[in-house]
Design a protein around this ligand. Structure first.
Ligand code: F0G
Length: 354
């Protein structure tokens, strides 16, 4: 049967009924790829899977939540949606608004959006409002303006977003036959880690899984309020997607940490970029910097033994590498060979590099 998106697929577990008109781009059903080469480099016997959310229609996990949020916004008669974003939410909101024939307003931090995401928001026709401030300023403004203008907020404070995003946990349990031992995610607002935990609990409670994973949230060291134990006013990291100092799901995520016996930790930008590169070079999988935070953290905790041998680990790769071409290219300065258009020079280039 033709796959037509996660709402249709999990209709019974989502807040829709037969009369709901679904706004979908075929999101969800993303590959769960078993890493074949990286575990050996760690010298540990572990099973690592990556959930490649970059293969959603707009290239990030946001589409899971956006299909629900926009479907419900349209159902309630809304003619416009609004969000603050570090990039991916704006790309997703722009695309689903286009699909639904409504307007999208997106507030983005000036100069801090990866190029691919900006291109998406622009080409889908969103109204882009650049602010001289960061994501947290944008979020504050969106909440304020929603009381003064006819717009529906589609940030993850919209509960329908988390409903859609919980389906990633369902897919993982269905593919593995049970829940993994550990689930590692990059954390910004902490909506996604909270949504996954909802999904795992729901399947466990319904007898579709015999266990629940420990949820592990990794942040960028310069934007790590969960590790600091308090909000941060000037977050900074090369992983712009998670450049957030005032997480919206602060309480929810702390509950997840406690209930799942998980933890939070932070990675330097250097560790994050190294994991991104390792994944591209050893496994052929290209994710954006923020996404690699999950793998960077998992690798560190596997090496230290905090995640024990014999574990089954899932790392969510939240967004596609093409979202941020500038950061990728900046990591590969020596990768090109320039030649004249003659066979000898091509041959030499090959033989010199075998
Ligand atoms: N990874 C990527 C690629 C993201 O874009 C985000 C969030 C996260 C991880 C963190 O997820 O906020 O649920 O903890 N991006 C939002 C945006 C903030 O505006 O696109 P979270």
């Amino acid at each position: 049967m033709r796959y037509t998106g996660l709402i249709e697929n999990y209709r019974d577990r989502l807040p829709v009924d037969d009369s709901t008109h679904l706004i979908s781009l075929g999101e969800g059903n993303t590959p769960l790829i078993r890493l074949e080469n990286i575990p050996a480099t760690l010298g540990k016997d572990v099973d690592i899977y990556v959930k490649y959310e970059g293969l959603n229609p707009t290239g990030s996990f946001k589409d899971r939540g956006m299909t629900m949020a926009v479907t419900k916004a349209v159902e309630s008669g809304s003619k416009a949606i609004i969000c603050a974003s570090t990039g991916n939410t704006s790309a997703s909101a722009a695309a689903y608004a286009a699909r639904a024939g409504i307007k999208a307003f997106v507030l983005i931090p000036e100069g801090k959006i990866a190029l691919g995401k900006l291109a998406q928001a622009m080409i889908h026709g969103a109204i882009i409002i650049q602010i001289k401030g960061n994501f947290d300023d944008g979020m504050r403004l969106v909440k304020e303006v929603a009381d003064h203008a006819p717009v529906s907020i589609v940030n993850s404070i919209n509960p329908y977003r988390l409903q859609g995003q919980k389906t990633a946990a369902f897919e993982i349990i269905e593919e593995l036959g049970d829940a993994p031992d550990y689930h590692c995610l990059p954390v910004g607002n902490a909506g996604n880690i909270s949504a996954h935990w909802m999904g795992y609990k729901e399947y466990f409670d319904d007898g579709k899984a015999t266990n629940k994973p420990k949820m592990v949230g990794y942040q960028a060291a310069g934007a790590a309020p969960f590790i600091k134990g308090e909000m941060i006013d000037e977050p900074e990291t090369i992983a712009t997607a998670i450049r957030i100092g005032h997480p919206q799901s602060w309480d929810l995520a702390h509950t997840v940490e406690k209930e799942s016996n998980g933890w939070f930790d932070a990675l330097t930008d250097k560790e994050i970029l190294a994991a991104q590169k390792l994944l591209t070079e050893k496994e052929g999988i290209f994710c954006e910097p923020a996404s690699a935070t999950s793998l960077a953290g998992a690798m560190r905790d596997i090496k230290s033994g905090k995640i024990p041998e014999g574990s089954k680990i899932v790392c969510t790769l939240t967004g596609h590498g093409l979202k941020d071409p500038d950061t990728a290219i900046a990591q590969c300065k020596d990768a090109m060979i320039n030649i004249n258009p003659v066979m000898d020079e091509v041959r030499d280039a090959i033989l010199d590099n075998m």
